[in-house]
Design a binder for this molecule. Structure first.
Ligand code: PLP
Length: 426
């Protein structure tokens, strides 16, 4: 038995399923989850002292790599000063200024502790602002475990086969309308019928919780258009894409301005942080300025702000995202070539520093039903093969992969070489 297996056995006695977040349990790929004890740069080290090249990056935050020296130093300094006061600090304003500078659609921003809190608060604000109850989301998009949003959801909900979770009152779920991602006509038709009742559209501007699906040309534009026509709030959930698809997020990359944006992952540099922000006029409805209530004991706590702000400063370096995007493309091209050589049908898609592997013979994957028709068994075999070769991918066929600046050319070459070896066995 490996140390990881022993630890998993123990964990299951005290933690539901042995994990604190469901996809970690490896139910989507089989076998026992790996327990890690250390991470540095592009690598994770498990409890059995095996090293892995990491393409999960703690599910997105680790865009500069693990245990970055600047972040560690900044955290040490802050620990000496205290880990939280529950009162305003200068660094919260510094962080807010930085976010507003990098994402110009954000004029006011409120810090929270997770992506879930960010989307939940953004939805409440949109409802409070418009006085409407209905919201529109897209099948396969995941916006955290918010009651209203766990309807036809992606990510772990999809991996575990519970896109509509029990425990959510039907009277609440009925306000959530789910449409098909990238279906422009579907959106227009729905809005012709009930547009004036819809408080918000919430969308992942690149879908990263049903693998990785960029928006088709015109899709995000059409969302902006119908929202303008019907007084609906457009919320971009950039928890995953923010600071990753480009420095200005997916909205910067595609040139579409949402009314509100939810952020998470990179903004915390590995500590628990989320944020939501947007148009001043809407954000002024949040307490204490306005009547829409929102609060948090640990929100904006100085340790989390320090890790996040240091990360945002590091990634603001000129050329950071160009280099990372180029690395990601090299990886994707190499994986595609390895599959072609082995005669395995594979489609690889990417947006900035996120990517997706689809075991399918469809040349492009733009829709949820195409994702569901991919060869999940083949993905599982690929995942397990790569794990044996020391490459850690997300343990689900429905999650995007993430690259980090710590990956060297050699790491990428080694990953492609591993894929070549594994593809030959599929
Ligand atoms: N929104 C998106 C697009 C996400 O990918 C996630 C998490 O993966 C969330 C929201 C929820 O964030 P958190 O897990 O920090 O609550």
């Amino acid at each position: 038995m490996t140390h990881s297996e022993t630890l998993f056995e123990q964990a299951q006695k005290y933690i539901p399923g042995g994990v604190n977040s469901p996809v970690r349990a490896f139910k989507g790929v089989g076998g026992s989850p790996i327990f890690f004890k250390h991470a540095e740069g592009a690598y994770l080290y498990d409890e059995d002292d095996r090293r892995y090249i990491d393409y999960v990056g703690s599910w997105g935050p680790m865009i500069v790599g693990h245990s970055n020296e600047h972040i560690k130093q900044a955290l040490h300094t802050q620990i000496e000063l205290g880990v939280g006061y529950g009162a305003p600090t200068a660094i919260e304003t510094e962080m807010a200024m930085k976010v507003c500078e990098l994402v110009p659609s954000i004029e006011l921003v409120r810090m929270v502790n997770s992506g879930t809190e960010a989307t939940m608060s953004a939805i409440r604000l949109a409802r409070g602002y418009t006085g409407r109850d209905k919201i529109v989301k897209f099948e396969g998009c995941y916006h955290g475990h918010v009651d209203s949003l766990l309807v036809k959801a992606g990510s772990g909900a999809l991996t575990l086969g519970v896109p509509n979770s029990p425990g959510i009152p039907a009277s609440l779920a009925e306000h959530t309308i789910t449409l098909t991602y990238n279906d422009i006509e579907g959106v227009r038709k729905t809005f012709e019928e009930i547009g004036d009742q819809v408080a918000a559209i919430i969308v992942e501007p690149v879908a990263g919780n049903m693998n990785c699906i960029p928006p088709v040309p015109g899709f995000l534009e059409s969302l902006r258009e119908v929202c303008d026509q019907h007084g609906t709030v457009l919320i971009f959930d950039e928890v995953m894409t923010g600071f990753r698809v480009s420095l200005g997020g997916a909205q910067g990359h595609y040139g579409i301005t949402p009314d509100l944006t939810a952020l998470g992952k990179v903004i915390g540099g590995g500590l628990p942080v989320g944020a939501f922000g947007g148009k001043r006029e809407i954000m002024e409805h949040i307490s204490p300025l306005g009547p829409v209530y929102q609060a948090g004991t640990l929100s904006g706590n100085p340790l989390a702000m320090t890790a996040g702000l240091t990360t945002l400063n590091l990634i603001s370096e000129t050329g950071f995202h160009d280099r990372l995007t180029a690395k990601t493309r090299t990886l994707c091209d190499g994986l595609k070539k390895a599959a072609d050589e082995a005669g395995i049908p594979l489609t690889v898609q990417s947006a900035g520093a996120m990517f997706g592997l689809f075991f399918t013979d469809e040349p492009e994957v733009t829709r949820f039903d195409q994702v569901m028709n991919c060869d999940v068994e083949r993905f599982k075999a690929f995942f397990q093969g790569m794990l044996k070769e020391g490459v850690y991918l997300a343990p689900s066929a429905f999650e995007a992969g993430f690259t980090s600046a710590a990956l060297s050319d050699e790491d990428i070459e080694a990953t492609i070489a591993a894929a070549r070896k594994v593809m030959a066995t599929l």
